[in-house]
Design a protein around this ligand. Structure first.
Ligand code: CP
Ligand code: NVA
Length: 307
């Protein structure tokens, strides 16, 4: 039966570890010029209903490096933009391609696409989740810290797609997770319900960044207004004032703590230029690892080996 990557809630800890191990191998192969054309002759359709730099380039490049082909479909220019139902798009693309990556608004669109497709579907970001990004984050943290289990991951800011996926991914990998968001901007209830079921590590939802950042090994933030929320920018700037990753906050974290940001970053809002530049190496490793982590996902979903 075909498998999809729709959200990290659907994966086990073993699934995530397997993806991260294959991602490390993909990175090694690419860095050492070893051939890894595991998806020769295969095609990935990429549907974008929102902007992207990293997701588009890393999927397209990754598919090329795996010996396959990726094609870009913008929501506006395809028939999706003229109202063709997702159920029909799913069945048509399933007749031509070997996988679909989609970036859209509602998680339910991605779930419906997967339900009607006979080929694997990968979530390239919805309002609810950003699983590919968080797999790259976990890969980067493991690379820098040599392990995930027992570390404390802290997220400061909006309880958005990144917060949701980091909570699930972190807890599934045995990390303690603390999140600081202003009231009214909490992570999704499904994610908070999942966190309640976790017994082997700690989850904390805080109202102050200082409480969340205390002794953290990894500090993560994201934009205050996500794609689709541009109209709320002014209101959000007020709500998130104080929810900034700056030098003062970093002093509360563990010495040597990492900083991750999925990018694009807004310096002077969710993160200061100083903290960003001090941790630029980790942040751009994170961006690079999108390529390797997604190649692992595509290989495991579209190749010979099963996830
Ligand atoms: N982090 C991320 O998903 O970047 P893009 O929006 O550029 O794809
Ligand atoms: N939360 C951000 C992530 C961008 C990669 C957004 O949804 O716009």
């Amino acid at each position: 039966m075909k498998k999809d990557l729709l959200k990290l809630l659907d994966l086990t800890r073993e699934d995530i570890t397997k993806i991260l191990n294959v991602a490390d191998q993909m990175k090694y192969n690419q860095k050492h010029g070893l051939s890894h054309a595991y998806l020769a002759g295969k095609t990935l359709a990429m549907i974008f209903e929102k902007n992207s730099t990293r997701t588009r380039v890393s999927f397209e490049t990754g598919m090329f490096q795996l010996g396959g082909h990726a094609l870009f479909l913008s929501g506006k220019e395809s028939q999706i933009g003229r109202g063709e139902p997702i159920e029909d798009t799913a069945r048509v693309l399933s007749r031509y391609c070997d996988g679909i990556m989609i970036r859209t608004f509602g998680q339910e669109e991605v779930e419906k696409l997967a339900q009607y497709s006979s080929i694997p579907v990968i979530n390239g970001l919805t309002d609810f989740a950003h699983p590919c990004q968080v797999l790259a984050d976990l890969m980067t943290i493991r690379e820098h810290m040599t392990r995930l289990e027992g570390l404390k991951l802290c997220f400061i800011g909006d309880g958005n797609n990144m917060a949701n996926s980091l909570i699930v991914g972190g807890l599934k990998c045995g990390m303690d997770v603390s999140v600081a968001c202003p009231e009214g901007y909490d992570p999704d209830q499904k994610v908070l319900d999942f966190a309640k079921t976790v017994t082997d590590c700690k989850f904390q939802l805080c109202r102050t960044p200082a409480e969340a950042a205390a002794d953290a090994d990894v500090v993560i933030t994201d934009v205050w207004a996500s794609m689709g929320q541009e109209g709320e920018k002014a209101k959000r700037e007020l709500a998130f004032a104080g929810y900034q990753v700056n030098d003062e906050l970093m002093k509360l974290a563990h010495p040597g703590a990492m900083v991750q940001h999925c990018l694009p970053a807004h310096r002077g809002e969710e993160i200061t230029a100083q903290v960003f530049e001090a941790h630029a190496n980790e942040i751009f490793d994170e961006a690079e690892n999108r390529l390797h982590a997604q190649k692992a996902v595509m290989y495991l979903l579209m190749g010979e080996e099963e996830l």
